[in-house]
Design a binder for this molecule. Structure first.
Ligand code: BG6
Length: 518
């Protein structure tokens, strides 16, 4: 993301854009741990390719893959070249491929073995001498989470991540960052014992989505919304991350994790904090991250009983999605047949600050639902009096501002209008801005901005240690309450439905209802 001083205010035609002057990132060497994994092939290398096409990849760039399996630099380079066309989001241009894969090396080694880091050091020294990547190093930990602390510590202890002679050294950590508050704190503690905060980039791929980044622009680049963005005008907020995907082949990870840990402290809380944060003093990493952490810190912590009362957890049973039969979660590969892991969660949260006092935030996310739909819906208060005789206030359409994140990338406003005719009849209507109508954006993996930002040292889209811990602090009481009552309260829902009826009841209790899942 471009910081404030990079924005060119020149108005262009069409979508009236404030154009950015993006430059190629600094020369650097990217070292990927977990190089043979899915993430590298499906997302990271295709994202590097898109950066190359856009002219944003460093002109001097090298790639080192680190993995357990035996391979050679030539075989690894060939493997990446073969898989790129499969996963690329754009047509293949050989010049751009060459820029990504012009210098590829492979280091085989165990993440816990000192020798691995000596080998990486030798490769880096060679590349820096031969290619001139100026000592800038980006270490990307695309490994299972058990690798994060040991690799981070080895990078620190071996001196590979020490910043000197003006060279930068940065470490990207994938999710999940911890499995509860204590483990997230412990991981931060270990990493911060050996690396500086500004060297650590904790990735959340939701922040790579344009529609998510646009929430800040919507709020803070328009004078229109901020005056009404508070408890005086907003009645409640709904955040939905519905997936039609099932657990697929991720049973062993998912069964130990569940929907709450997998989605809430990271993706849903990123959405919540962007919607609810105070305006930062500057559009700069520390100012933005401080406000995001602060609003999470203002969320009320429920007692055990309140946590059970204000949460719904559920598992999907047999059903159909798009006319395809879907087997129940408990019958999925690598899932315990008596599993009590939730595949759906809904929460009611309250934020204790002046802006949001008494405005509930309802969050829900689940797998195997009717459709994929991520949206934030902001419900405004109704008109205060029944001015139109035949239409009492409670029969008016509700005023919603809906921010469609995916797959419908849009912003919609729902309001009341007079139905043409001699009498006053009122009906709900809508206005919708669709990204595709204004912007011609090439399909991307969602990782481009995040990788580029890391290469230019812009951490605005990367949560800081305090933000991560503030998220887990809110989730922890729910984890504790559920652990103490593992089976009571575990609801079910049919695959292909909108979720469990208990989630409807969570809102019905407050006289409200969820918006339908498309
Ligand atoms: C991942 C979760 O972080 O996000 C997955 O581990 C989930 O379970 C995915 O499916 C959702 O991402 P997206 O971008 O498809 O909404």
């Amino acid at each position: 993301m471009m910081a404030e001083n990079d924005i060119n205010n020149g108005i262009e035609t069409g979508a009236k854009t404030a154009a950015t002057r993006a430059r190629p990132a600094d020369p650097c060497c990217l070292v990927i741990f977990g190089a043979s994994g899915d993430l590298t092939h499906r997302l990271l290398v295709p994202a590097l390719y898109n950066l190359a096409v856009e002219g944003l990849l460093p002109e001097t760039f090298a790639l080192i893959g680190v993995g357990r399996s035996p391979s050679t630099s030539e075989a690894f380079a060939a493997d990446l070249a073969n898989s790129l066309p499969k996963f690329a989001t754009r047509d293949i241009d050989q010049c751009a491929v060459k820029r990504v894969l012009s210098s590829v090396a492979y280091v085989q080694g165990e993440p816990e073995d000192n020798e691995t880091y000596r080998k990486i050091g030798r490769e880096l020294a060679r590349i820096e001498r031969e290619r001139g990547t100026r000592g800038n190093r980006l270490f990307y930990l695309a490994t299972p989470p058990a690798g994060f602390a040991p690799i981070g510590i080895h990078l620190g202890e071996s001196g590979l991540a020490r910043e000197d002679n003006g060279a930068w050294r940065r470490v990207v950590i994938e999710k999940p960052f911890g499995t509860d508050l204590a483990s997230a704190r412990a991981l931060n503690h270990k990493l911060l014992g050996i690396l500086k905060e500004n060297q650590i980039y904790r990735i959340d791929h939701y922040l790579g989505k344009e529609t998510v980044q646009n929430i800040m622009v919507l709020r803070f680049a328009n004078g229109l919304f901020e005056p009404i963005w508070n408890r005086h005008h907003i009645e409640h907020v709904q955040i939905t991350v519905a997936e039609s995907l099932t657990v697929e082949r991720r049973g062993s990870y998912y069964d130990a994790t569940g929907a709450l840990r997998d989605m809430v402290p990271n993706h849903l809380f990123q959405l919540l904090s962007l919607i609810a944060m105070e305006p930062p003093s500057r559009f700069a990493a520390d100012a933005v991250r401080a406000e995001k952490a602060q609003v999470l810190d203002a969320i009320q912590l429920p007692s055990r009983d309140e946590a059970l009362h204000n949460s719904v957890r559920a598992q999907y049973t047999d059903g159909y999605i798009d006319n395809r039969p879907v087997v129940a979660y408990r019958k999925s590969p690598d899932v315990a047949p008596d599993s009590t892991t939730e595949t759906y969660v809904a929460l009611k949260l309250m934020i204790d600050n002046w802006r949001w006092a008494r405005v509930p935030f309802y969050l829900r996310t689940g797998k195997a639902l009717r459709a994929k739909q991520t949206e934030v819906a902001i419900k405004f208060k109704q008109a205060p009096v029944a001015m139109f005789r035949d239409t009492p206030v409670d029969r008016l359409a509700e005023n919603f501002l809906v921010i469609g994140i995916q797959p419908n990338e849009c912003i919609g406003l729902e309001f009341n209008a007079k139905i043409p005719g001699p009498s006053i009849a009122i009906g709900g209507v809508g206005m919708t801005f669709k990204y595709e109508d204004y912007f011609d954006v090439a399909p991307s993996t969602g990782y481009e901005t995040l990788i580029y930002d890391c290469m230019i040292g812009d951490a605005i889209l990367y949560p800081r240690a305090d933000g991560i811990e503030a998220g887990w602090r809110v989730v922890q009481p729910f984890l504790d309450a559920w652990r103490d009552a593992p089976t009571t309260g575990l609801a079910t829902y049919r695959a292909g439905s909108d979720g469990p009826k208990e989630a409807d009841e969570l809102l019905a209790r407050d006289g409200r209802h969820w918006r339908p899942i498309a």
